[in-house]
Design a protein around this ligand. Structure first.
Ligand code: ATP
Ligand code: MG
Ligand code: MG
Ligand code: MG
Length: 459
């Protein structure tokens, strides 16, 4: 082919739709041995599976396989934020210190803030969170109570100079966060916005294949009961948690939940806050002891999300005012709502793995199917694999096709390690008998079956 006007010949390379991949052309730097520096299983497996690479303490490159997971997590979060009425924008990572001087947090934030000077000696910082900036954006664009409620969010990198970055991307210094910010006329309306995010979080974590329990969190000087941390139970969690066994069986709200029905939202929140659940910071030994002993769960937990109502903490000093129905200016009531996709990726591995490697929930697996060619170069096997690869892609299923000439044992070990939900194996013996072999990563034996049965099981 010729590029119009260039006179140059461009060669046609066969490009796969972005969602599928041939292993021979991929970048998947697998480590056979467990890296010594990794203390917890998710960190070990992410390094071994070629998902991440540490570039400096607590600063990671996301390699292709890891990036696919991070993007899938972000996509689920985005869909559920949008469903709940939040609106996406994108704020920069670098912020002016002057903005934080307005709220009084520039000095208060402490050593977790990475402070930077530009060539004009102006103070900047790499944002650890965005309350100040979103308040500035809001006050420049909204004047009247008629424009409320509003909820604005972004999915952007944050930097916190953690005292002890550790456990890989679970507690890194640079990490991805979805942070949403709600704006309302008064506390009652802000509570509805809070409930919307509460319900969106229940749906988000359920879709991510994770059981996250909302636990009462400290609201600091503002008081009230409007702060919850969403916690996944895992042996390697950093905090000790206590809850009622009932939480383990609760069903997340359905996709058609009505986010405009304030009473309906409150009923869901009431159900999910009706039983005891607290981290050690908020633990009330007497209240916990009142639960029947066989319903008490004491465990360790990972904070994957945190929602917070903080009233007029920023809108008063930063003068984010709207004109109310009475014609008077009044500071808006705000809340903020965070989830860390980087940490969620690691937490999902803490919750799903075995001795051989990762076991991804379907929703965030980097590929849905690992297609293994046991004998590349064998015309019949190659043709069957190409056929399966094409048909699965045609159904919108992402496939990692191992077309390399590695030994079968090593191919299987790689597939177990990277944890794709389905493994589909094609070899000469099976083909001669008209079968391929299908196996779920989360359990069940490998089963020989016809190509059609395998396809219909996966699709
Ligand atoms: P932690 O208690 O673990 O330090 P935090 O309470 O400081 O977290 P928030 O300010 O509530 O974190 O941020 C919202 C979310 O961002 C957290 O729930 C978590 O998912 C994620 N997060 C926070 N710090 C980190 C980090 N250092 N590395 C990865 N993710 C993080
Ligand atoms: Mg912290
Ligand atoms: Mg915390
Ligand atoms: Mg928190």
């Amino acid at each position: 082919a010729r590029l119009p006007g260039s006179g140059r010949t461009v060669f046609k390379i066969r490009l796969e739709p972005v969602s599928s991949m041939r292993l021979s052309r991929y970048f998947l730097p697998i480590l056979r041995d467990a890296p010594k520096e990794a203390e917890i299983v998710s960190h070990r497996l992410m390094l071994r599976a070629g998902m991440i690479r540490q570039e400096a303490a607590g600063i990671y490159a996301w390699l292709p396989l890891g990036l696919r997971v991070l993007n899938k997590i972000s996509d689920v979060i985005r869909e559920e934020q949008n469903r709940a009425g939040a609106i996406e924008l994108l704020m920069p990572t670098l912020q002016l210190a002057d903005l934080w001087r307005e709220s009084g947090r520039y000095d208060a934030y402490g050593e977790e803030m990475l402070r930077i000077k530009d060539r004009n000696e102006r103070d900047l910082l790499y944002g650890p969170t965005n309350e100040e900036m979103i308040t500035e954006i809001f006050r420049a664009g909204v004047r009247s109570y008629k424009d409320l409620p509003k909820n604005l969010y972004h999915i952007q990198w944050k930097f916190r100079d953690e005292r002890r970055p550790r456990f890989g991307v679970m507690r890194s210094r640079e990490f991805l966060m979805k942070d949403a910010y709600s704006f309302d006329l008064d506390q009652a309306a802000a509570r509805v916005s809070y409930n919307r995010m509460f319900v969106a979080y229940l749906r988000t974590f359920a879709r991510l294949g994770l059981k996250a329990i909302p636990m009462a969190a400290d609201t600091g000087p503002i008081g009230g009961d409007l702060s919850h941390e969403f916690i996944i139970l895992a042996k390697t969690g950093e905090s000790k948690v206590f809850c009622h066994k009932d939480f383990l069986g609760l069903e997340a709200p359905p996709a058609d939940v009505d986010f405009d029905d304030a009473a309906g939202l409150q009923a869901i929140v009431d159900r999910w806050t009706g039983s005891y659940a607290a981290t050690d910071e908020m633990h009330d030994e007497a209240a916990f002891a009142a639960i029947p002993a066989d319903s008490q769960v004491t465990a360790r937990g990972i904070e994957v999300g945190h929602i917070f109502y903080f009233g007029t903490k920023y809108s008063v000093p930063m003068k984010a005012l709207v004109t109310g129905p009475d014609g008077k200016d009044t500071p808006v009531h705000m809340g903020s709502y965070g989830i860390g996709p980087s940490r969620v990726a690691a937490a999902a591995i803490e919750a799903g793995h075995d001795d051989a490697g990762i076991i991804w929930p379907d929703a965030i697996a980097p590929f849905r199917v690992g297609l293994v060619n046991l004998k590349p170069g064998d015309a019949a096997v190659d043709a069957a694999c190409e056929d399966l690869y094409g048909k699965l892609m045609g159904q919108g299923i992402d496939v990692l096709y191992d077309d390399t000439d590695d030994r079968p044992g090593s191919k299987f070990a790689t597939m177990e390690l990277i944890g794709l939900p389905w493994r589909l194996v094609v070899g000469p013996k099976g083909l001669a008998a008209g079968t391929v072999e299908l196996k779920r990563r989360d359990g069940g034996a490998a089963e020989a079956m016809s190509v059609d049965s395998a396809l219909s099981a996966i699709i």
